[in-house]
Ligand binder design. Structure first.
Ligand code: ADP
Ligand code: GN1
Ligand code: MG
Length: 366
């Protein structure tokens, strides 16, 4: 283990014992490590993360949000007779009583209890498993229904403001920082067809048709830990972007990530499509938990959430490709371009099945 990591770990209040740390997980943003401590009672594991300071320019605000949200959830879970150390994230304190360490290079690190006996999947393999993901994210939204949103920092400004994301793409095109513009003319033309539609959700908010809620905003499927035996949702993780948002954001981002018949970075676009059985399964799970709180217009806009979250994510990947891959971790050449193309293929597939998506929501939502 390198000296820098060792000295960061030493600042957290961990049990005594031989300790090692290895890279862990498939997140696109933070550097995640699994820390193992051999104690007299056996092995204990922890998650150590460097919060990405390019993505989160005020990382202390991220920690403050997580302290507040997890404290609130702990109360809800305890009152329901659950186990808060398993059902929400638990930040580990440093020897000085803080919930983070600032390394000599200025980077912020935090540590969580490792939630054992769980798995996270990048693509659920059955509708039944995806329905359990829907329940988990729907429950998360319901649990935070009484949380005062004004207490939260906006950790990434305009995170799901799709018109703002569209403008950021136009900026990236104008700057052409990485000199890749010539590669992506078709993709740009595709995005520009949506110059008006990107406003659909915010127009409904501004018209007072749908409310602002406290939402997770990053409901990718690997951000819920599922029970390794039963597949039931145990804990929603990756709380860095919990902020005021729309129900359609959380619903839509999960559909984007989990109802795709291919991986997020699939190069063979003929394999990319929206699976209606998966869409239905997630909607059933999500609405069973969160549906009672949603108004009719919010439900009606869920398919639009799926489409705009997919388009938006594609625009973000495309902008990052043009900017020179500064935001999302990349593992191969043109990785962000591949991701953008597959997101746009998914948007097309949703449009081809638009009536069916709407009918499913009407059927489930009543
Ligand atoms: P990123 O923002 O980079 O996606 P995450 O917080 O989602 O980072 O963590 C990356 C991965 O690490 C998750 O997908 C999950 O597999 C694993 N992970 C994170 N926190 C925990 C935890 N407390 N217990 C077990 N696994 C975890
Ligand atoms: C990032 O952090 P992770 O890997 O769960 C990103 C999401 C994107 C997703 C695309 C803070 O999620 O917004 O939808 O990648 N998170 C942030 O895979 O930007
Ligand atoms: Mg994650």
């Amino acid at each position: 283990m390198d000296e820098k990591i060792r000295s960061i770990i030493a600042q957290f209040e961990l049990p005594e014992g031989e300790t090692d740390a290895r890279p862990y997980g498939n997140g696109h943003i933070n550097d995640t490590m699994c820390v193992r401590v051999q104690t007299a009672q056996g092995e204990q594991r922890f998650i150590l993360q460097r919060v990405n300071s390019y993505v989160f320019p005020r990382p202390k605000e991220v920690i403050e949000n997580i302290e507040q949200v997890t404290a609130y959830l702990r109360g809800i879970i305890e009152r329901a007779g659950g186990d808060p150390r398993r059902e929400t994230l638990t930040l580990i304190r440093t020897r000085e009583g803080a919930h983070h360490v600032i390394a000599p290079d200025g980077e912020l690190w935090r540590m969580y209890l490792f939630i054992e006996g769980t798995q996270s999947v990048d693509l659920p393999d059955t509708p039944a498993l995806f329905a359990l993901c829907g329940r988990a994210f729907g429950k998360f939204q319901r649990q935070l229904g009484g949380f005062d949103a004004s207490k939260l920092h906006e950790t990434i400004v305009d995170f799901h403001n799709t018109p703002a994301r569209y403008r950021q793409l136009e900026d990236a095109i104008a700057r052409n920082e990485a000199g890749r513009l010539h590669q992506v003319q078709e993709e740009i033309a595709f995005c520009r067809r949506y110059a008006r539609e990107v406003h659909a959700l915010l127009d409904a908010l501004n018209a007072g048709e749908i409310p602002l809620r406290v939402t997770h905003n990053d409901t990718k499927i690997n951000n819920v830990l599922l029970d390794a035996q039963t597949g039931e949702g145990v804990c929603v993780i990756d709380l860095d972007t919990v902020m005021p948002g729309l129900a359609a954001y959380d619903f839509g981002d999960s559909i984007r990530a989990g109802a795709n018949t291919a991986e997020e970075d699939e190069r063979d676009l003929s394999r990319v499509s929206l699976s209606l059985p998966m869409f239905r399964a997630f909607a059933e799970g999500f609405l069973a938990e969160a549906g009672a709180a949603l108004n009719a217009r919010e439900k009606e806009l869920l398919p639009m959430g799926a489409k705009l979250m997919t388009l938006e994510c594609g625009m973000r990947f495309l902008a990052d490709h043009l900017n020179g891959d500064k935001y999302f971790k990349v593992h191969r050449e043109n990785h962000n371009l591949d991701r953008a193309r597959s997101q746009f293929a998914l948007v097309r597939s949703m449009e081809a099945q638009w009536e069916e998506m709407a009918a499913i929501i009407r059927e489930i939502g009543g």
